[in-house]
Design a protein around this ligand. Structure first.
Ligand code: ADP
Ligand code: MG
Length: 260
């Protein structure tokens, strides 16, 4: 009943489908005169794993960074968890705390231990009691398989371990969405699997994830949907099966041939 429904219910699709947790409507982004997102319209449902592929420079990182407003857009609309990112009343600090982000370069604080890296935001932003933040941090370190590293510094860890800490740090705020920007691209081959395995576990637990990656095995196994970006546009979208069996667009085929 659209009269009594709360706004978020009223916003649900006519078929009762859940409101997407991320919605882009005709989003355009420029760096100066360089038009890098050319009308992106895309939705991510709660619990969905969306994999984003495409050549270097196609706008994948920019797309991801728009989701927590690390980049400003010039037109269109972005709604995350029911909040319009450009509503003047939007609480960006709170919104960002609900979106975990993992980068190619692990971006841990080098002068802090693993435990300090994991408790900083919960204590500072969420005002969580230190003991509680540390208990959560230990749970997360168990989850990513390195509880024994709590008191180590980032430089004492392998790349794969650092990236697992970065994922744990993202999870420490109990985010509603996790964004991954080529999380395994800077890793030695033997460390890629340990990071992908953590991401697969997360997906299985129902985390909403947007993952930019060239790991097509991961896409095939974990993605609910794949989008292919080229020159600032989503050129093709579909299931992993669609992409790996019968991509429709010539540009998609050419790209997949290069990376597979
Ligand atoms: P991808 O992640 O697919 O490689 P990006 O989103 O990083 O692509 O970049 C898209 C385009 O925007 C590229 O042409 C890139 O050079 C440009 N770009 C990205 N970040 C900036 C920036 N901060 N300033 C100017 N141009 C940028
Ligand atoms: Mg990128």
């Amino acid at each position: 009943n659209s009269v009594t429904a709360r706004p978020e219910q009223a916003a649900a699709g006519y078929d009762g489908a859940p409101e997407p947790i991320i919605r882009f409507e005709d989003v355009h982004k420029y760096f100066g005169s360089h038009h890098v997102l050319k009308g992106i319209t895309e939705s991510v449902a709660p619990g969905e794993v969306l994999v984003v592929i495409g050549p270097s420079g196609s706008g994948k990182s920019t797309f991801l960074r728009c989701i927590n407003r690390l980049e400003e857009i010039q037109s269109g609309r972005i709604v995350v968890d029911g909040q319009d990112l450009y509503d003047p009343k939007v609480d960006l600090i709170r919104l960002r705390s609900e979106i975990g982000m993992v980068f190619q370069q692990f971006n841990l604080y080098p002068h802090m231990t693993v435990l300090q890296n994991l408790t900083l935001a919960p204590v500072k932003v969420r005002r969580m009691a230190r003991a509680e933040a540390e208990a959560t941090a230990f749970d997360l370190l168990k989850k990513v398989g390195i509880p024994e590293k709590a008191h180590a510094y980032p430089a004492q860890l392998s790349g794969g371990q650092q990236q697992r800490v970065a994922i744990a740090r993202g999870l420490a705020m109990h985010p509603k969405v996790m964004l991954f920007d080529e999380p395994t691209s800077a890793l030695d081959p033997e460390m890629i699997k340990e990071v992908l395995d953590v991401m697969k576990d997360l997906a299985r637990e129902g985390m909403t994830m947007v993952v930019v990656t060239h790991e097509m095995g991961f896409a095939r196994e974990v993605a609910d949907r794949v989008i292919f970006m080229d020159e600032g546009r989503v050129v093709e979208r579909g299931t992993p099966e669609h992409f790996f069996q019968a991509p429709a667009e010539e540009r998609t085929r050419a790209f997949l041939e290069k990376i597979l």
